[in-house]
Design a protein around this ligand. Sequence first.
Ligand code: 8X3
Length: 255
Amino acid sequence: MARDLQGVRAAITGASAGIGAATAAELAARGCDLVLGARRFERLDALRADIHRAHPDAKVEIHPLDVADAAQCEAFARAAGPVGILVNNAGLARGTDKVVDGHEHEWREMIETNVMGLLRITRLFLPGMIERRGGTVVNVGSVAGLEPYPGGAVYCATKASVRSITKALRHELLGTGVRVCNVEPGAVQTEFSEVRFRGDAARAEKVYQGFQPLLPEDVAEAIGFLVSRPAHVDVEELVLYPTAQASTMAFHKTA
Ligand code: 8X3
C-alpha cells in the first residue's frame, strides 16, 4: 500500500525545470513540504507560484543552489534541515565530442555536477536520515549509465557512477532504514539536449523529433511511486524508456 506523504519534507536539487520541476509538482500533489534548490533562482520563484496556484496550501521553500559549489550545498542543507526525501536531480550533459576531441572543461563540469555534487549533497543529508532511522534518497541516473554511446563517454561515465554510488550506498546503509533508489530514464523531453548543445535549440529539437519521448511528468510520477512505497520496499533501480526507444542508440523514428 502506498505511504501517505502528507507533511513529509522533500529536498530536490536542480528543481527549476524538467524532471526536477515536475517532481516538485508531483510531490506537492502528494502533500510533501518542498525545499527546492537550483542555479536559476527566478525560475524557482515562478515554479513556486505555479505550485501554489495548483496547491494553495503547499509549503515551498526555494534556495539558490549550484551543487558544484560546496559552500552553497552546505547552506542549502542547513536551510533545509531534516528531510524525509532527497531527490538528487541536478545534472547535465555537455557536448557530444568523442574522447579524442574532448574538452577538459566540459568533462570537469559534468563530473563536478553529476558525481561530486550528488556525493556532496548526499553526505550532507544522510546523517539526519540515519539518526532518524528512515528516509529516501532518489538519484536521477540515466540509461546512459547502463549503455555508453559514442560522443557520450564522460556523461555516460557520470551516470554509471550514479549507479555505482547508489549500490554502494545501499550496502553502506543496510540496517539504517534509509533507502536509496536510482531512476534511470531514456530520452526525456527537457532542456537536456539544449544544454548539451549549448543553447542550439534547433539541434536539440531534432533529438526528440519523429517519436514520442518521455515527458518530465512521466519520470516524476515514477519518482512519486518510489518514494511512496511502504518503508520496507526499496526500488533500487527503475529503468524507464519511451516505447519508441529500445537502447541509448535504438529509436523508432517516423520522421
Ligand atoms: C539522457 C538520456 O540517452 O540521451 O540521460 O543519454 S541519453
